[in-house]
Design a protein around this ligand. Structure first.
Ligand SMILES: [Zn+2]
Ligand SMILES: [Zn+2]
Length: 259
């Protein structure tokens, strides 16, 4: 069995065809997927997916790229995270690629999410792009290691991955590992120990080869697992077993409820 640790099934490309997406999950033996929230306005749709389908879970958070939405408070996040199908806080983090050099509101929003994760005991989903040092610094200052979580859609260096793992975080690889120009990331994936690894689609984006450029969906996480297996010289079954048990260990609130 495989688990997609990060998808956006509520996004327009996928929202109208959730039943098809669930069918492909079944076909590819993807038993669960985590639907990740990016704004509080859209959170009700994400939560509704997790309420309706036992294969789906939800997270609550406001993505670092959304600069025209109200700042969320720790209390709002903690309240929304108390729902039994909400198993994580995020996605949150820093993106100095989209918002050049970073912005103070983005850092404040990240701090708020880490505090909410610590209060609620639900792990963090961290989005980090061109912002490794700043992200690690804030993770340390806000004691993110007390709650842990995942560095999602990881594209950073091995050194940064090590630093995140030292803080108790897992590293999640997406379809990017299958891309032709991602040799450096494949080296990182080869080195990250299987017991700290998750896999994801970040669908509808980043469809893995041989679907690159098409609409991604959770069932295609199988191709990410295939590539990890190839890189590590192990079987798909080993990758599936390890990444799925890592998922349920990390998000233990969900694991206790639904297995
Ligand atoms: Zn992201
Ligand atoms: Zn995402």
């Amino acid at each position: 069995m495989l688990v997609d640790s990060h998808c956006h099934l509520d996004f327009p490309d996928l929202a109208g065809r959730v039943d098809d997406a669930l069918a492909l999950m079944r076909e590819n033996e993807v038993t669960h997927a985590l639907c990740v929230s990016v704004t509080l306005q859209e959170f009700p749709q994400v939560r509704a997916l997790a309420e309706r389908y036992p294969q789906l879970y939800a997270s609550v958070g406001v993505h670092p790229d959304y600069d025209n939405v109200p700042q969320v408070t720790e209390q709002e996040l903690v309240t929304l995270a108390s729902h039994p199908r909400v198993i994580a806080i995020g996605e949150t983090g820093l993106d100095h690629y989209r918002i050049k050099g970073g912005a103070e509101w983005q850092r404040e929003r990240f701090r708020t999410h880490i505090r909410a994760a610590r209060s609620s005991g639900k792990p963090l989903i961290i989005h980090m792009r061109d912002a490794a040092e700043d992200t690690l610094r804030i993770m340390r200052e806000e004691k993110a290691s007390e709650v842990g979580g995942v560095m999602h859609c990881y594209t950073g260096t091995w050194e940064t991955a090590q630093a995140a793992m030292d803080l108790g975080f897992c590293i999640s690889f997406s379809g990017i590992v299958t891309f032709k120009n991602a040799a450096a990331l494949r080296e990182v994936a080869r080195k990250v120990p299987l017991k700290r690894m998750l896999i994801e689609t970040d669908s509808p984006f980043l469809a893995p080869v041989p679907y690159r450029g098409k609409t991604n969906e959770p069932g295609l996480v199988r191709y990410v697992a295939d590539e990890i297996a190839r890189l590590k010289g192990i079987s798909l079954d080993e990758v599936a077993a390890a990444t799925s048990s890592n998922f349920f260990r990390l998000f233990r609130h969900a694991a206790s409820e639904k297995r």
